[in-house]
Design a protein around this ligand. Structure first.
Ligand SMILES: C[S@@+](CC[C@H](N)C(=O)[O-])C[C@H]1O[C@@H](n2cnc3c(N)ncnc32)[C@H](O)[C@@H]1O
Length: 308
């Protein structure tokens, strides 16, 4: 983890209070921290930096264990980097990358998985930070970024796997990116930190979707900010109780379609998001999540590009 991040990190367990974390026992060389303890002077929580990765999830946050399974990690590595493996790729990531704008100061990719969009954000910004609650994803994303290549076992069928290597092209190798284990519902950053925020296919996977939107809003600059939001709205009680879904309901606080509700919230509806965002464009991006050689899911994700 770069030393630069020490200026930014706050205690996720103390939110909405923004208490800076203080590092002790720092090991590493130059600008890179390999190990440290990041302590909160208010609640006493201590977060570890281990092998260059900061673990900023408070113990009470519910992790979604399925994203740590080897085959799920392999599935996302393939889905995000298929074009670099010479496979017929979806155009979704290229489509989303085209919506990031020309340049940014600090950028955030919330729920980054294996980091494809984070690396693209890091090629147009001063620093892009990818966060995910899955340590397995963050370790893979960080290793790929540091080495420029990553070897993994791609699922073929049953127990049969095939050793596969992703090699980054030069523009992604040069990307200024950082990866942290953190919770998209308790972002460890102060208000007004990012000029570019992205949340791709995460809203329907978190335990409290409204809180995720409000966290993206809190950590985005009040002026001069860009937001890329996309989701397939696959609401499921395995991620969040129905009362907290932002759509897909006939009764409750958010009836109707998720995309309409998110658009309205971003535009300042219900007075929850201020200053409001202006929606520049919207559309559909189709991506493919490969389970094994003979099985893939085709997912239609609806995006909004917003500024304020
Ligand atoms: C469907 S995947 C999308 C990954 C990536 N954004 C993409 O579109 O390729 C959902 C991601 O959200 C992450 N996730 C789920 N709940 C989270 C939380 N509370 N905080 C951070 N990440 C979370 C998962 O680990 C997973 O990487």
């Amino acid at each position: 983890m770069r030393k630069q991040l020490l200026q930014l990190l706050i205690c996720p367990g103390c939110l909405p209070l923004e208490i800076p974390l203080r590092a002790t026992g720092v090991g590493g060389s130059g600008e890179e921290i390999e190990s440290a303890v990041l302590g909160c002077s208010s609640c006493g929580r201590r977060y570890q930096v281990n092998k260059g990765i900061a673990f900023l999830v408070p113990e009470e946050a519910n992790g979604d264990g399925r994203y740590n399974e080897t085959l799920v990690v392999s599935s996302y590595l393939f889905s995000q980097y298929a074009d670099l493996l010479g496979e017929a790729a979806t155009t979704a990531y290229t489509q989303w990358e085209g919506l990031l704008g020309q340049s940014a100061a600090l950028a955030l990719d919330a729920g980054c998985a294996a980091g494809r969009l984070t690396l693209a954000m890091g090629s147009i910004s001063e620093l892009a930070i990818g966060i995910d609650s899955s340590p397995a994803f963050i370790k893979a994303a960080k290793a790929l970024h540091m080495e420029g290549k990553f070897r993994f076992q791609l699922a073929i069928e049953g127990e049969i796997t095939e050793e596969t290597t992703i090699t980054l092209p030069d523009e992604l190798k040069r990307s200024k990116a950082e990866f942290l284990v953190a919770d998209a519902l308790r972002l460890p950053f102060p208000a007004s930190t990012f000029s570019l925020c992205a949340s791709l296919n995460v809203l329907d996977k978190v335990a409290d979707p409204l809180r995720h939107l409000l966290e993206l809003n809190r950590t985005s600059l009040g002026g001069g900010a860009r937001l890329l939001f996309s989701d397939p709205f696959s609401w499921s009680e395995s991620s969040a109780p129905k009362e907290l879904w932002l759509g897909g309901r006939r009764v409750g606080p958010f009836t109707g379609r998720g995309l309409d509700n998110v658009r309205s919230l971003l535009e300042g509806g219900r007075g929850l998001i201020d200053p409001p965002w202006r929606i520049l464009s919207g559309g559909e991006a189709v991506w493919v999540l490969r389970t094994h050689a003979n099985h893939s899911e085709r997912i239609s994700s609806h995006f909004l590009e917003a500024v304020r």
